[in-house]
Write a protein of this length. Structure first.
Length: 216
């Protein structure tokens, strides 16, 4: 199944402290919480051709990454808090995946807030979010039904077949980003995104700065 078993607790691939590399919060220190599982692809290479979304630049299978495993809400909040440096302000956690909305719920958001974290999420937008999130970044994928049409940020990976930036320009986002897809066509996709932003200044360019810097 693509869906994690919630009876076993929150299933986590990895947790680590770094700088956010993309979008409106690029350069901001953050703890990344990567959940296991996605509703658009199993993550297994043999299933890629038949997946709803055939690209992803992260490994979200299993629980074998740094600090991966099964957690309760309080255990996750404590683990994330322990990764924050001695300077205890501006605390920020980014919930990602895979697809974090398969597991993220109000109980976990409340546990993070109790530790004074702002809670951000990076989602494909196909699942209605629980209340209480401080920042929602939607990254739409082609051939899906996007149910989140109002959020802080849209980060559209280009160029995907079957999806165009113009589809989203009248949706209620505070920030509109185009992010060139990594891979063999990254240079041409970047050139395309630059020209699109210049012609359509609603959009801004998002570059994966963490890859340029060589950080996680």
């Amino acid at each position: 199944s693509l869906l994690p078993d919630l009876m076993a607790g929150y299933k986590v691939k990895e947790i680590y402290y770094t700088l956010q590399g993309e979008g409106a919060h690029a350069g901001r220190p953050a703890v990344f919480l990567r959940f296991t599982g996605c509703n658009l692809w199993t993550g297994r290479e043999e299933d890629r051709a038949d997946a709803i979304c055939t690209f992803c630049d992260t490994d979200f299978i299993g629980m074998d990454g740094t600090l991966g495993g099964k957690y309760t809400a309080d255990e996750l909040a404590h683990t994330i808090d322990m990764l924050w440096p001695a300077e205890r302000n501006n605390k920020y956690v980014v919930c990602t995946g895979g697809e974090p909305m398969l597991q993220l719920d109000s109980q976990l958001i409340d546990a993070f807030h109790a530790k004074h974290f702002e809670v951000g999420v990076e989602t494909n937008g196909t699942i209605t979010p629980p209340p209480g999130l401080d920042w929602i970044c939607v990254s739409p994928k082609a051939n899906t039904e996007i149910v989140i049409r109002k959020a802080n940020e849209i980060k559209l990976v280009v160029k995907q077949r079957g999806i165009e930036p113009s589809q989203f320009e009248d949706w209620d986002f505070d920030h509109f980003f185009l992010q060139p897809m990594d891979g063999p066509d990254a240079h041409s996709f970047t050139e395309w995104a630059i020209q699109y932003c210049l012609i359509n200044p609603t959009w801004r360019l998002s570059i994966q700065t963490h890859k340029i810097l060589g950080i996680r």
